[in-house]
Design a protein around this ligand. Sequence first.
Ligand SMILES: Nc1ncnc2c1ncn2[C@@H]1O[C@H](COP(=O)(O)OP(=O)(O)OP(=O)(O)O)[C@@H](O)[C@H]1O
Length: 286
Amino acid sequence: MAIKLEHVNYIYGADTELSVAALKDVCISIEDGQFIGLIGHTGSGKSTLVQHLNGLLKATDGAIYYNGKNIYDKDYNMKELRSKVGLVFQYPEHQLFEIDVFTDVCFGPKNLGLSREETEGRAREALELVGIGEEYYQQSPFDLSGGQKRRVAIAGVLAMKPDVLVLDEPTAGLDPKGRDEILGEISELREKTGMTIVLVSHSMEDVANYVNRIIVMNKGSVMYDDEPKKVFRHVKELEAVGLAAPSVTYIMHTLKEAGLAVETDATTLTEARDAILAACGCGKEK
Ligand SMILES: Nc1ncnc2c1ncn2[C@@H]1O[C@H](COP(=O)(O)OP(=O)(O)OP(=O)(O)O)[C@@H](O)[C@H]1O
């Protein structure tokens, strides 16, 4: 087991008049190799939660274990945790600052005190993983497109060789093409490396095609924690907290209400197509 949160509470400005209870009794376990979508309406506590995963925020109350060790023990190595749980913030491109792409991606491993050879090897590997070719290495990060900048920023975290990659709203501010590209690449990255990924998003649509577990946050608490199909069965409850199921879920429910004996559990277009063909007695398309 990689990360376990036990009864975690977090209050911003505790003991002040402006205190905000951002996390309330959060209990979750993140197992090795999982691909998790962390979903919630704005202000539901997603960013606060992910900053607990690598120790950037310390729980007001509760415990967090990384590989069985309590990260709040006084001799715990927080620096190592930060390199093992890589956090990619919202708009990570705002943190690019070096003169060229390659130097920027080298920054993290160099700071870990690794040799030049190891640092550069890791930077090359990370850039390859996010699909940034050598022709970009000497370019200023500021001359790249929005999607490319974001990939370079992700490479900077990957170069630390984390076991867990946490991406806070990686599609924020991208156009639909950029959004699909970055989600596709994150998914490919997971296939290539098998690493544990936590993908934070407002949108079920964004994550439905990729993740194998969804955690829904509402007002600082975990509302659902299950496989996508099961979460999307709660269409009305999700709507009540300002979220929507993916479009295919609505289409399947409409078809069922119209009298087609169709399974409504499809979460992707391919599953929806197969379910509709099965309901029509046509079997799977070859
Ligand atoms: N630095 C802060 N000081 C005080 N309150 C904060 C701070 N950061 C967040 N909050 C509050 O904590 C709660 C949870 O915020 P958080 O940013 O974790 O939610 P979120 O789900 O990530 O939202 P978004 O999708 O908008 O990023 C909200 O009520 C927010 O206003």
